[in-house]
Design a protein around this ligand. Structure first.
Ligand code: SF4
Length: 335
């Protein structure tokens, strides 16, 4: 029996859309930067690391002439190069200088803010605790932007193992895409061990991450299945799925509609659907269309924060028109 035959019937199902979901201002800006760079300089434009963690976005930009690389030494001398929204370490900036790359920085301004904060603490001689996930490119970038001693931790249990020069001079910063609740627990453990510790509380967790988490928490009480559209290496998307799990709801992270398994609909009356900050709305709408293959769907969007944040483009691109056909790729077709 096919998947479709297994799950298909005319039973009604409600799809509840989280508000807000999907693209944040930092991701919009990063994509816009690559598109305008291609318009201004022509292909190829090199991009260090995935511009944002989303295969659809990366594939779309690759088709237009972007070349994605992991290391600076893969880029020809002098080439136009974009740094991804996650930010880069100083040594990457220096490597780009040596290769005389024409760099356009798409680091999200909210990540740059954390770099600056960390540098300010370092200048004052503090040991810095960076709360985040080792190996995530944003954490690698932030680590490499702060001179001095930086300790990366992710769990309250990690606090006991910290060895600092002076218990009275400890500061913390955080990755921008963490779980607000989990981060509160880590900060509480830090404050217990280092009562004089200073830091931004959870304010380094960006507005987009916080808003998407709040929306899923509000939605969780009324759904029996949670689908998060986002990449497996997207930190904020993983945190959204975990929220569903913490509420005891079967919760799945899907890169796109093809990963949706109709067997998940067994016994389900209401599906919650959201998307990480790097996932375009078109993937959300394709997921709804896929669910329609198996059920009669009604769609409802929850009330939530209407985001109206835009970040300025780098000045070298501010006078370049965003190509119209490029914008069409992100246009939403309602399912
Ligand atoms: S998730 Fe937050 S920090 Fe990351 S790009 Fe978006 S706005 Fe910037």
């Amino acid at each position: 029996m096919s998947d479709r035959a297994q799950a298909s019937n005319n039973e009604e199902i409600k799809v509840v859309l989280a508000q807000p979901r999907g693209f944040c201002a930092g991701v919009e800006r990063a994509i816009d930067i690559v598109e305008r760079a291609l318009e201004k300089y022509g292909a190829p434009v090199y991009v260090r690391h995935e511009i944002v963690h989303n295969k659809f976005v990366v594939d779309t930009l690759r088709e237009r002439g972007a070349i994605f690389v992991e290391e600076i030494d893969e880029i020809p001398t002098g080439a136009v190069t974009v740094f991804s929204a996650h930010g880069v370490a100083k040594k990457v900036e220096n490597g780009a200088l040596v290769r005389e790359l024409d760099v356009i920085d798409a680091t999200c301004p909210l990540v740059t803010k954390v770099h600056k904060e960390g540098r300010r603490y370092a200048e004052k001689g503090y040991d810095i605790v960076l709360i985040g996930h080792i190996g995530h490119p944003e954490v690698e970038g932030t680590l490499g932007q702060i001179p001095g001693t930086v300790h990366v931790i992710s769990e309250p249990e990690d606090v006991a193992g910290l060895s600092v020069a002076d218990d009275e001079r400890v500061a913390f910063v955080t990755q921008t895409t963490l779980s607000v609740n989990d981060t509160k627990d880590v900060i509480a453990a830090l404050k217990k061990r280092f009562p004089s510790i200073i830091g931004p509380d959870t304010r380094d967790i960006c507005y987009a991450t916080q808003n998407r988490q709040t929306a899923v928490i509000a939605m969780a009480k009324q759904v029996d299945l949670l689908l998060v559209v986002g990449a497996h290496n997207s930190s904020n998307s993983n945190r959204l799925r975990e929220i569903g799990e913490n509420f005891g709801i079967p919760s799945y992270l899907i890169e796109d509609a093809s990963m949706f398994d109709p067997a998940w609909l067994q016994g389900v009356k209401t599906v919650g659907l959201t998307a990480g900050a790097s996932a375009p709305e078109t993937l959300v709408q394709e997921t709804i269309a896929r669910v329609r293959n198996y059920r009669t769907v009604t769609v409802e969007t929850l009330d939530g924060v209407q985001e109206n944040i835009h970040f300025k483009l780098p000045k070298e691109l501010s006078d370049v028109e965003r190509p119209k056909d490029a914008m069409e790729a992100w246009a939403v077709t309602t399912a």
